[in-house]
Design a protein around this ligand. Sequence first.
Ligand code: ADP
Length: 342
Amino acid sequence: MLLSINGIRKSFGETQALRGIAFDVAKGEIVALLGPSGCGKSTLLGIIAGLEEPDSGSVIWEGGNLAGTPPYKRGFGLMFQDYALFPHKNVRENITFGLRMARWEQDEINQRVAEVLDLVGLPQFGSRDIATLSGGEQQRVALARSLAPRPHLLMLDEPLGSLDRALRERLLSELREILQKTQQTAIYVTHDQEEAFSLSDKVVVMNQGRAAQIDSPNAIYRKPVNAFVAGFLGMNNIFEGHIAGGIIKSPIGNLPAPKGSTGDVTFLIRPDTIRLDGLGPQHLEGVVITRTFRGEQCRLEMEIQANRLSFSLPSSETQIPQIGELTQIDYDPTNTIQILSK
Ligand code: ADP
């Protein structure tokens, strides 16, 4: 394994920022650290970079413990949200700064600057002043600068956070292409699940200094392990119930139980597998209380016995119910009802 994070703990006074987090990063892999503000993402990056010492646990790089290795000897690159380009230097000078510090030869520097500017789609921009660039162009220069020294590991901390949505989406797919093309091993920190899912090979979902789930984006989306992960992905239909005789008794009624579970459970009703109709063997009935148009999808909330159930329908659906309408929905129990761990 290229990088192993083993049982890292770190406290600041009373605050336990990291509580035994562990995961691996393979060569060429893009790993996202995803979690809400305050869950310990930046602290963990600081520890991997060597800017902070963990209280316990280890950062192992190619089999060797990095404890005591200063940041500049780790050969890792960092890119932050406020990527702090030198405003009074031009694009080329911004990129060459780190290479000069690392004592690269002038020929190598010239060649590398041309390469990375090409890579980020700004081949003619070498002599442009930073102040004359758009936000997106500056972001690409910052990426070129962090890729230039060929870091063994590139760490990106909310790099797209300050950009508007359309630009963020475009840069996100470019960024993935660039990282893949260069087989750059990367750790990408974000609180935005769309960013994490579209960019990474593996996601570490963090909650209060621990890893709540580590898996591929697809696996996490298909099967969030607990209420925290499901809730963080915007799946809010989480209920308590009791299973006996193949039936879940729950606040929204009796539902067919998935095989293999009994007793008290927390379960999720996935919002993406519900259909209108109400004629199938498994259906629920309630009154629509909110209806939000979201582009391709329309999000509805239904009240069932004083509980709320939300689900999405394609906006192209012609019969989307109105607020106040009594509505029946169908669901396929094997895909819709998932038992969560506590
Ligand atoms: P994230 O990057 O996920 O937002 P952080 O790693 O910045 O989370 O912070 C995790 C927790 O540690 C937070 O509660 C934060 O207030 C606390 N924390 C981080 N750095 C310090 C520090 N230098 N001193 C005191 N508390 C800190």
